[in-house]
Design a protein around this ligand. Structure first.
Ligand SMILES: [Fe+2]
Length: 280
């Protein structure tokens, strides 16, 4: 297994459709992000392929199953399995979402939103602390894309994230596409959001493509990254610096070469930021 190392540069989300291409051609990709929930089984093909990819590349783990925004307690069975996977594959990052996917052991296939209240803040902070204590490492939490506001939210999302970081010391994964989608859907300024994020805690960035539904933007992860999101990404780097960035594609998954093109483009932005810093 490739030694654990700090990941950097523009990585790509590992998808089953690309196992063969990756293992045969060993593309020059600095790291892959692995969807943890697909590898929770006891063995079989997924783990066989992950083992081989991990022999070549550094990886990060990205999951949905912690269901941080749910009123349920943390699922200890899931957490135990997650810890076993971490010990076996030594990911550089372990992340999950600021959303909920389950209630009373019923699982949804969507990342669902919740109101930003003091009550939610206490509950989610407690769950993140439980996870971090059990795993013995900082959890990285990703901002959601949302399509509705709750009348009884008591603070904007960026403030909720600030408070979560204050209460848990967790790290952050900033999905620039999610910020853009939510900003357009709820009519807020995405740069004001970014400026209020505790940037020293941002350890990873996601980029993906949304779909314009006419009435709202929908975060499908099924398109190339839109120019508006590239533009926001370029501005975000001045706050988050040259943070490892991931190309995330989940529906209508294209040929691996398309993901490579998007990753190359992200790498150009990262290089440009670093050059500007060097001569500033
Ligand atoms: Fe994301």
């Amino acid at each position: 297994m490739k030694a654990t190392q700090q990941i950097s540069g523009a990585g790509i989300g590992l998808r089953t459709q690309h196992y063969q291409t990756i293992l045969e051609s060993r593309p020059d990709v600095p790291w892959f992000e692995v969807l943890t929930d697909n590898y929770m089984g006891a063995g079989g093909l997924p783990l066989y392929h992950l083992e081989q990819v991990r022999d070549i590349y550094p990886i990060s783990f990205h999951g949905v199953g912690l269901s941080l925004g749910s009123a349920d307690p943390v699922n200890l069975k899931y957490l135990t399995k997650l810890k076993q996977l971490i010990e076996r594959y030594q990911p550089e990052h372990v992340s999950d979402h600021l959303a909920w996917v389950s209630l009373n052991n019923h699982y949804a296939h969507e990342l669902l939103p919740f109101p930003y209240t003091q009550e939610a803040l206490s509950l989610i902070s407690e769950k993140i602390n439980t996870v971090q204590d059990y795993l013995g490492r900082a959890l990285i939490v990703e901002n959601p894309s949302t399509y509705l506001d709750f009348n009884y939210s008591e603070m904007p999302e960026w403030q909720f994230i600030q408070e979560i970081v204050n209460k848990t010391g967790c790290d952050l994964l900033m999905d620039i596409n999610n910020i853009y989608v939510s900003a357009m859907n709820h009519n807020f300024n995405p740069l004001e959001y970014i400026a209020n994020i505790p940037c020293q805690h941002v350890k990873e960035i996601h980029l993906a493509g949304y779909e314009d539904k006419g009435t709202h933007l929908y975060d499908t992860h099924g398109y190339r990254i839109h120019k508006e999101v590239w533009s926001l990404y370029e501005k975000a780097l001045t706050y988050f610096k040259a943070t490892p960035t991931l190309i995330e594609w989940d529906t209508d998954i294209p040929d691996f070469s398309v993901l490579l093109e998007e990753a190359d483009k992200a790498q150009l932005y990262l290089n440009k930021y670093e050059q500007q810093e060097q001569y500033a």
